[in-house]
Structures are given as structure tokens and as C-alpha cells.
Design a protein around this ligand. Structure first.
Ligand code: PRP
Ligand code: GUN
Length: 239
């Protein structure tokens, strides 16, 4: 599949002081309907990208979101989640929302105590294309085991909440399927972008709303999910 295509190579760094030069990704930029510029990423050589640096995402308070801080938060939240279910004596069915939550969920569940018992599944949901919301979220209902929902406690884990539609629709769907309880958990939140009435039961960080974040499972225009840290693009003058 990759035959005849040149591969892009992006060096990885978590340091705000050494922003990466995206000239290394030789792709054109284009304006979105919000006026934001973004890169069109392919493995084909293209025009030189210009004027952007990559830097770690920032919290609302301006703090940099480093991998260490994410790991620490995962430990704290996993411990709270585990305690919540153990105290109630229930086995949760944990659904993580694909694709974005794939790395977060993998890191998160490895923080659980070895004897903690739960069921786990990844469920596809999608509503964004090219870094913009394109319509109502579509959830792959067939990936959810109804036997594990009826009368059970569910936890839906997502990488990020913005409008809130994805998590709200999951919650509604699972309650319709007969769940006795649906809790929600996210790593990142852009609270002022909310359009649907839902607040996650657990959340890691509130982040600055004007940034499109990617890496750590999250996509930039469908790509770059493998990037190890949560990063964003900034015009070169702002970095
Ligand atoms: O709060 P919302 O406005 O609903 O946005 C949050 C959702 O957006 C992203 O999913 P996306 O549709 O981009 O699919 P992906 O996980 O495959 O990237 C993200 O992973 C969340 O699931
Ligand atoms: N990858 C990614 N997905 C999102 N879905 C809603 N907001 C975002 C964002 O900033 N990044």
C-alpha cells in the first residue's frame, strides 16, 4: 500500500522550547470555514508548509500538558474510578470511544489494580472530519454487547469532550439499552465549546479552547494519532 509513496518523518519532542519545524512535513495548508489554517497531510511530496510550529497543548491556566502530567492524572483518575466501583461491589462495562481514546484507554486501564475486574470494549464513533464537526455523531452500536449493558454499570471513556454530543449520545443510547448507570470520563475538556448538556463525571484537564489538539491517539485531519504527546499547531509568531 505504501509502495511508491514517500513517507513523512516527524521528530518527536515534548519541549515547548524546541518547537518542531513543520517544513519537515512538505504539505500545503488550507483555510477551514472557521478561518483556521490546517495542513493537508499525505505521504506525497507537496508544497512547503509554512508559518507553523508544533508545541505541547496547554491547559486553560497556561500550563503545558506534558506526558508526565498526563500519566500522573491517569493514575489519580484510575484510582478514583476503581474505588468507586469496588465500594459499590459492581463490575463496570468500560467502553472507550474509537479511534481517539485508543492510547488513553490503553494507558488508563494499566493503572488499575491487578485484581480489579471489569469488562472492556472499544466502540467506534465519529462526527469530525478535517478537524471540524461535520454532522451528528454516528455510533457503531453493533460493537456494544447488549448482554453487558442491560441492568449494568457502564463507564464511557473518551479522549476529549468539546460540544458534548459524542458523550451525550453514548449515554442516551446505553440508557435506552437498559443500563442501570452510565458514567463518563474524559482526559481533556474544552468547556466553553459545549453545545449539549453534559458534564463528564471524571475529567483530566480543561484545555484552552482555541487549539486543535492531536497526538496521544487524537487525530490531526485523520492522521498523526501516533504522536506520543498531546500537541497543537501554532502560527510561528505565537509559539
Ligand atoms: O464533544 P464532541 O464535540 O462530540 O467531540 C468529541 C469527539 O470528537 C473526537 O472524535 P471524532 O469524531 O473526531 O472521531 P475520532 O475519535 O475517530 O477522531 C473525539 O475523539 C471525541 O470522541
Ligand atoms: N483530535 C481532536 N478531536 C477533537 N474533537 C473535538 N475537539 C477535538 C480536538 O481538539 N482534537
Amino acid at each position: 500500500m505504501l509502495q511508491g509513496r514517500s513517507l513523512i518523518w516527524i521528530p518527536c519532542s515534548d519541549s515547548a522550547s524546541s518547537p518542531l519545524d513543520l517544513k519537515r512535513i512538505r504539505e500545503p495548508t488550507r483555510a477551514t470555514s472557521e478561518g483556521r489554517h490546517h495542513m493537508i497531510l499525505t505521504n506525497q511530496p507537496g508544497n512547503q508548509a509554512h508559518g507553523f510550529n508544533l508545541r505541547p497543548a496547554k491547559e486553560k491556566n497556561g500550563k503545558t500538558l506534558s506526558k508526565d502530567r498526563i500519566n500522573h492524572k491517569n493514575q489519580l483518575m484510575a484510582s478514583e474510578v476503581q474505588q468507586y466501583y469496588v465500594e459499590r461491589g459492581v463490575t463496570p462495562y468500560i467502553l472507550y470511544v474509537l479511534q481517539g481514546a485508543v492510547i488513553f484507554a490503553g494507558d488508563f486501564i494499566r493503572q488499575f489494580h491487578k485484581e480489579f475486574i471489569y469488562e472492556l470494549a472499544g466502540v467506534r464513533a465519529k462526527s469530525y472530519e478535517q478537524n471540524e464537526k461535520k454532522g451528528p455523531v454516528e455510533i457503531a452500536v453493533g460493537q456494544i454487547d447488549p448482554e453487558l449493558v442491560r441492568g449494568q454499570s457502564l463507564l464511557v471513556m473518551d479522549d476529549i469532550i468539546e460540544t458534548g454530543e459524542t458523550l451525550l449520545r453514548f449515554k442516551e443510547l446505553l440508557l435506552e439499552m437498559g443500563a442501570s448507570e452510565v458514567k463518563t470520563l474524559v482526559l481533556l475538556d474544552k468547556p466553553s465549546k459545549r453545545q449539549f448538556l453534559i458534564e463528564p463525571d471524571w475529567k483530566g484537564f480543561e484545555i484552552q479552547e482555541d487549539q486543535w489538539v492531536f497526538g496521544y491517539g487524537m487525530d490531526y485531519n485523520g492522521k498523526l494519532r501516533h504522536y506520543p504527546n498531546v500537541v497543537t499547531l501554532v502560527p510561528r509568531n505565537d509559539s
